[in-house]
Design a binder for this molecule. Structure first.
Ligand SMILES: Nc1nc2c(ncn2[C@@H]2O[C@H](COP(=O)(O)OP(=O)(O)O)[C@@H](O)[C@H]2O)c(=O)[nH]1
Ligand SMILES: [Mg+2]
Length: 438
């Protein structure tokens, strides 16, 4: 498959060199000739924006699922090559917002239109043109920025479906390039990268070499949990769930609270997610009073009357202050706020249970204790997330823990709780809390 250029190419709008935001003085010495800028990935929900970001970077920077509205805010994915630096901005899918959460999501899209040097509009080749697509094109029409059309999921359709799409879209917007791609298979992404570099302004790189994303480790851990959650729930559940990381504690070779190192792993190498906050020793008991008061394993959780009344109206978030505001602090709070410099490989090459990415044996490693809360809107949602006899939450926990262990390079004890907070999608305090993790 080759790139297809439109015949209606026009000169780019005036493009200012993007303002370096966090470039260290060292990066200013970049030799001239490099190109750099911001490229926003935009489009309807589920067209493959996050899959594309990950594939371009070779790392799982953004979580992916087959449910719409997986991405809730803008995430940077920074690619530095010999030619320069492209700062990709992954975005929530463009949709009509009904809740405060969704309005915030759309405001991320708006600001990404502002900051980008180039806009990449992704469409799903397997879907026919609809109202939503017209709306996205209308938004695009309001900006003078150069835009590419990326016809994604080309692997999923017959080739003769692509040409009519190109014909249709080239008359609807003066795209600089129209490129059929497969984000999943990596088809034509070299062409895309080349075309982007050709059009980006000559500039020094915007972020220091080695930069990967703007999200904190804490946010990344929350997203890993949310990805597994989205993989295991259906219907409206994906929309009404959010994940907050209450606490991350690293322990050099120690045990999780209340457990001896020997008991941490059962025969198949799995922990029971959500069953680790049972303080046993004196130290853990002290911490329990401080931090784990609201914590419970999933079996207790099912009976735990924390949901307030039927609507959960009296539930509030006071028991989940950000880690760095906790009395006594968290040793890793500052570290957790640093932008991540590594992420899981985009396509796991032969995952080996009990080993980290670099092949180290898990049982030899120190432990990270992660306590997280899954927010839902109704007690019935909570039952679904817990599942019969806690099976759903257990599997979410196992899958998330595997990813966390590979990412952190430590063993992980993951304590998951499910809390009801009615209408959290319209609650500024919860939204601030969740977004504040990034
Ligand atoms: N067949 C196929 N599926 C894709 C491709 N890109 C993404 N997907 C799938 O589309 C779904 C949505 O992807 P995601 O990246 O989360 O979409 P986003 O909402 O636009 O970020 C996931 O199930 C992906 O696996 C592609 O090129 N081909
Ligand atoms: Mg996405």
């Amino acid at each position: 498959m080759t790139a297809t250029k439109t015949t209606r190419a026009r000169k780019p709008a005036v493009r200012k060199a993007a303002q370096p935001e966090r470039a260290s003085p060292a990066t200013r010495a970049e030799p001239t000739g490099t190109r750099a800028g911001r490229v926003a990935l935009i489009g309807r929900p589920n067209v493959g924006k996050s899959t594309l970001l990950n594939r371009l970077l070779g790392k799982k920077v953004a979580i992916v699922s087959d449910k719409p509205q997986t991405t809730r805010l803008s995430l940077l994915g920074i690619k530095t090559t010999d030619r320069g630096q492209i700062v990709f901005i992954d975005n929530p899918g463009i949709h009509k917002p009904l809740h405060k959460l969704n309005r915030r999501m759309m405001s991320y899209v708006d600001s990404s239109f502002e900051t980008a040097d180039i806009l990449c509009l992704l469409i799903d080749a397997s879907l026919s043109f609809g109202q939503g697509d017209a709306y996205v094109l209308e938004m695009l029409g309001r900006t003078k920025k150069p835009a590419f059309l990326l016809i994604n999921k080309a692997d999923a359709v017959r080739k003769d479906r692509i040409l009519p799409l190109i014909d249709r879209y080239k008359d609807l917007h003066p795209f600089r390039e129209i490129i059929p791609i497969s984000a999943l298979k990596g088809t034509n992404l070299d062409v895309l990268e080349r075309c982007l570099f050709d059009l980006l302004p000559r500039a020094e790189r915007l972020y220091p070499e080695g930069s990967l994303s703007d999200q904190s480790e804490r946010f990344y851990l929350a997203e890993l949990i949310r990805e597994k959650l989205l993989g295991r729930v259906e219907m409206e559940l994906p929309f009404v769930t959010a994940v907050y990381i209450n606490r991350v504690e690293r322990r050099a070779g120690g045990a999780a609270p209340g457990r001896s190192a020997e008991n941490e792993t059962d025969g198949d190498g799995e922990h029971d997610a959500g069953a680790h906050a049972r303080p046993g020793d004196a130290e853990a008991a002290k911490e329990s009073a401080l931090d784990f008061a609201s914590s419970a394993g999933h079996e207790e959780d099912a009976a735990f009357k924390d949901a307030g009344d039927e609507n959960g109206e009296d539930e509030d978030c006071e028991e989940f202050p950000p880690v760095d505001e906790r009395e006594g602090g968290d040793a890793s709070a500052a570290e957790l706020k640093q932008p991540i410099h590594s992420a899981l490989p985009d396509r796991p090459p032969g995952y080996r249970e009990g080993r980290t990415i670099d092949g180290r044996l898990r049982r030899d490693l120190p432990v990270t204790y992660v306590q997280a809360t899954i927010f839902v809107e109704k007690p019935s949602h909570r039952q679904i997330v817990l599942g019969r006899e806690g099976r759903v939450i257990k599997n979410i926990g196992i899958e998330a823990r595997r990813d966390m262990e590979r990412y952190l390079g430590t063993r992980v004890f993951l304590d998951l709780q499910v809390k009801v907070r009615a209408h959290w999608r319209n609650a500024a305090d919860v939204l601030d809390l969740i977004e504040g993790q990034k």
